[in-house]
Design a protein around this ligand. Sequence first.
Ligand SMILES: Nc1ncnc2c1ncn2[C@@H]1O[C@H](COP(=O)(O)OP(=O)(O)O)[C@@H](O)[C@H]1O
Ligand SMILES: [Mg+2]
Length: 225
Amino acid sequence: MSSKGIVLSAKNISKSYNGKQIFKDINLQLYKGKSIAILGASGSGKTTLLHILSTLDSSSTGDLNIHQQPITKKTDKAYIRNQHIGMIFQAYHLIEQLSPLDNILLPIKISRSSTKPKSTFYQRALTLLETLQILHLKDQQTSTLSGGEKQRVAIARALINNPSIVFADEPTGNLDNKNTQLIQGLLFDLCSKYEKNLVIVTHNQTVASFADERYHLVNNTLCNG
Ligand SMILES: Nc1ncnc2c1ncn2[C@@H]1O[C@H](COP(=O)(O)OP(=O)(O)O)[C@@H](O)[C@H]1O
Ligand SMILES: [Mg+2]
């Protein structure tokens, strides 16, 4: 496939903290519309890698390109994230005192680049809440929601800006079986429906089996398969 089909490319990415190497020479290419799952033991560096790929953290060495744009020290990474990236954190990172609707609209409120009227995003938030089957909770205080409900709010927040790449860090890690199936279905369905790339870190083999490609972070490197 030509480089035009590549949404994200990582070349020889390495990361060390205080001289301790977490991983080295990681190479990864993400093709338009594809999903990948990253598996690995606790402490193997999955979250660190996800944060580097999503520009939240910097690699020690290596090159990252997102939509053909090299990400360097000078790149406005907040802008790149706002334009292209949706992030679902394991611990939700929601503002508990706000309602689900206000949490979902937060990326719009802090965006410097949006030219669309706010009402467009309000409508989109309502549609996402409906798709995720939590429309009836939109004005409730987020702190009162269950884990599965909070995760659905976090998914809607990640999608509100219509990002091309969605990163999800163990999105079902804190959920029971029933909610795991629900969230897994919603994530993969939403990403295929809206043609988004999904990069999902998971311990769950069933969840990983839904991805187009699977990688294992083992012995400080990323292996395909
Ligand atoms: N900010 C940091 N400073 C120092 N060490 C860190 C930092 N973040 C993560 N680490 C270390 O990097 C390793 C990988 O962590 P992490 O990426 O969270 O692994 P995983 O998500 O696979 O459980 C761990 O040994 C962790 O202690
Ligand atoms: Mg982690």
